[in-house]
Design a protein around this ligand. Structure first.
Ligand SMILES: *[C@@H]1O[C@H](CO)[C@@H](O)[C@H](O)[C@H]1NC(C)=O
Ligand SMILES: *[C@@H]1O[C@H](CO)[C@@H](O)[C@H](O)[C@H]1NC(C)=O
Ligand SMILES: *[C@@H]1O[C@H](CO)[C@@H](O)[C@H](O)[C@H]1NC(C)=O
Ligand SMILES: *[C@@H]1O[C@H](CO)[C@@H](O)[C@H](O)[C@H]1NC(C)=O
Length: 178
């Protein structure tokens, strides 16, 4: 996690600040149909400025108490290419203790909109209900300046080290709010 922080600090010092981030797409998929299936996975725009994320993953093998999430930042440049960040997070440890300010901020931003708001084990489907991306946009971007462009955050979810699902977030970073 120290490396992640260093990367952000370096980006912050060399790149022109600042920008506006908007979610452009969300893709989810199962890699193990006996383990999980996505009932919902979309971003809905209610008007020009407000969007929310809804996600519902059915889990078929409960309880879940061993989760690793690999997160890769990708940047669009003739296809999505890896862009500095490639980290693996212990999901249960994250739920117990976020451990660094960026993860803490992320958790606080989404935790009111999900039932994944407690420590392991997880004994139910995972639901994200109306996570308004306006909050995510403003809170995260205050801390993570980054150059303009199209990015994706690929996340790959494993349970007992077997990949079960992916959730990919697509965002566009532009100089202003227009
Ligand atoms: C967009 O929708 C949100 C949520 O319903 C509302 O609070 C906001 O005022 C709307 N904005 C515009 C520009 O209509
Ligand atoms: C989440 O809910 C708590 C308690 O209702 C509130 O204090 C906090 O501001 C909310 N956080 C967000 C990001 O909406
Ligand atoms: C977690 O989310 C569920 C469902 O939204 C809610 O009923 C519960 O009170 C929340 N628990 C905590 C600790 O915030
Ligand atoms: C999760 O399961 C994998 C595979 O069995 C194991 O190597 C790993 O140590 C487990 N992680 C935790 C935090 O228990």
């Amino acid at each position: 996690m120290k490396i992640l922080l260093c990367i952000f600090i370096i980006l912050q010092s060399v790149m022109v600040i600042f920008s506006y981030m908007t979610f452009t797409n969300l893709k989810c998929g199962t890699k193990d149909i006996r383990f999980t299936n996505f009932e919902k996975c979309y971003i809905k725009a209610v008007n020009r400025t407000h969007k929310y994320i809804d996600l519902h993953a059915n889990l078929y093998q409960l309880p879940v108490d061993n989760v690793t999430v690999r997160v890769k930042l990708m940047r669009l440049d003739h296809g999505y290419k890896p862009f500095f960040v490639d980290i693996t997070i212990d999901g249960c440890r994250f739920l117990k203790h976020q451990g660094n300010p960026i993860l803490k901020l992320l958790y606080n931003t989404y935790k009111n909109s999900t039932n994944l708001n407690h420590t392991c084990p997880v004994n139910h489907d995972i639901i994200v209900d109306h996570l308004w991306t306006g909050n995510v946009d403003s809170d995260i971007m205050k801390h993570i300046p980054i150059m303009n462009g199209d990015y994706a955050l690929y996340s790959e979810w494993s349970v007992y080290n077997i990949v079960r699902a992916f959730v990919n977030f697509y965002v566009k970073i532009t100089p202003g709010r227009n």
